[in-house]
Ligand binder design. Structure first.
Ligand SMILES: Cc1ncc(COP(=O)(O)O)c(C=O)c1O
Length: 425
């Protein structure tokens, strides 16, 4: 793609961008009286303007209807979460019955492991990527200990090759083959939080299934970022949070995918609660659990509607726009960001290293040689919100919903200025 590093050119790209109007659908924080350049949609997405009214609706219903809100609010609370399944299913490539929203991400991964990590005999090992997100590492360690195994023996990590910054699919596949019938579960982050790499979910899932393992995915950095076809790819289960590219607010509710082949089955182990039992008979308060016929069978408690409401608001926006338009803009925007970084590097010999491979979504992780931390601080003070990961990596994730091409250009200007002022080159 041919690009130019000028303000006029960036503004022309914005003018031709069919999603540019959606910038106004989000609240931007300000630094020094100016809207920030927001690169941390991979950490906490911006607040959609409409979200407040979704939350206010619950607060008003609670004020005016109190307990009656469960059944008589405009959007009754008792089945509020069901509204999210159909729009979310489109985003993750699933059938609506395979999707539900509940709890938070790590909690859901634990609950899903109750069902899908069932070590037996020689088949007890878990395969994950080296340096998986820490919460996932704690999840694996505590789960294998819970089942009486030693973490060093039961957890197998796929490593990057020396000198490389990304995992190779062939290395993941050969590790799966090597572990073979000892492999109980493959559970990997679909998009790696550190280097932004998109894993080949379809190929890895197929390989895991071919040796008889369960295959699940932590999609925290994938949902709302990349195109997903969880059902067609025959993924067993997946979970994700809603506060990153899904723009649903800090620490908010998590989404879950459970392949339809596990729905309506009596032989699945599951931790159960009253919100998973059939809604038709739920309030008869019967002592026996009759599971919902969809992924809601994994629900335990009544839904925290105050946190589900922002998720619903956000899904309305995704419904309007669709993943296809978002991913198309994402590729142009990230391509332009990469170009701008290259131009800055040429101008000041900054020696950046983009460690994100070509299999990528929104995020570029950039290794800054030299005084990276002071450059990061300079960016933050000058209204570029990015984040820092040891050692010397900044992550730049321009979310296509609300970031502009002009943002990328302005970022390049601030970055260049920072390097010159700090003498980084
Ligand atoms: C890849 C990944 N997994 C798990 C988590 C943990 O999420 P939670 O705190 O919602 O359980 C995060 C949080 O950022 C994450 O990025």
């Amino acid at each position: 793609m041919h690009f130019e590093n000028t303000l006029q050119y960036a503004q022309k790209l914005d003018k031709n961008d069919g999603l540019s109007a959606y910038r106004k659908a989000f609240h931007f924080p300000k630094v020094n009286g100016k809207e920030v350049i927001y690169f941390t949609g991979n950490s906490l997405g911006l607040q959609p303007v409409r979200t407040q009214s979704f939350v206010n609706e619950i607060m008003t219903d609670w004020k005016e209807l109190a307990v009656e809100g469960h059944f008589h609010a405009d959007k009754p609370w008792w089945d509020y979460h069901e509204r999210l399944a159909a729009p979310l299913a489109k985003i993750v490539g699933a059938k609506p019955e395979e999707v539900t929203v509940m709890n938070t991400l790590t909690v859901n991964l634990h609950l899903l492991m109750v069902s899908f990590y069932r070590p037996k005999g020689k088949r007890y090992k878990i395969l994950c990527e080296e340096k998986a997100f820490p919460s996932d590492q704690y999840l694996f360690q505590s789960q294998v200990r819970f089942h009486g195994y030693d973490a060093d023996d039961a957890i197998i990590v796929v490593k990057k090759r020396p000198g490389e910054h990304h995992w190779r699919t062939e290395d993941v596949l050969s590790k799966i083959d090597e572990i073979g019938d000892e492999l109980a579960l493959v559970l990997i982050g679909g998009v790696n939080y550190y280097n932004g790499q998109v894993f080949d979910i379809q190929k890895i899932t197929r390989a895991g299934k071919s040796v008889g393992a369960m295959v699940g995915w932590d999609l925290a950095h994938a949902v709302g970022n990349i195109a997903l076809r969880l059902h067609d790819w025959k993924v067993d289960f997946a979970a994700w949070c809603s506060y990153k590219y899904m723009n649903s607010g800090p620490g908010n509710a998590s989404g879950v995918f459970i392949n339809e082949k596990y729905l309506n089955r009596k032989d699945i182990q599951r931790f159960e609660g009253w919100w998973g039992t059939k809604k038709e008979t739920r309030f008869m308060m019967k002592p026996t659990f009759e599971p919902m016929e969809n992924a809601d069978a994994w629900q335990i408690s009544n839904a925290p509607v105050l946190s589900v409401a922002p998720y619903l608001a956000s899904l309305e926006l995704f419904e309007e726009v669709g993943m296809e338009r978002l991913t198309a803009k994402r590729d142009r925007l990230v391509g332009y960001l990469e170009f701008v970084l290259g131009e800055v590097d040429k101008a000041v010999d900054a020696r950046f290293e983009v460690i994100t491979p070509k299999e990528r979504g929104c995020q570029l992780s950039v290794f800054l040689h030299g005084q990276g931390r002071s450059l990061f601080d300079y960016l933050m003070e000058n209204g570029v919100i990015t984040d820092w990961r040891e050692p010397n990596v900044i992550r730049l994730a321009p979310a296509p919903f609300y970031c502009s091409f002009e943002d990328m250009f302005r970022f390049g200007t601030i970055l260049k200025q920072g390097i010159l002022e700090l003498g980084e080159a």
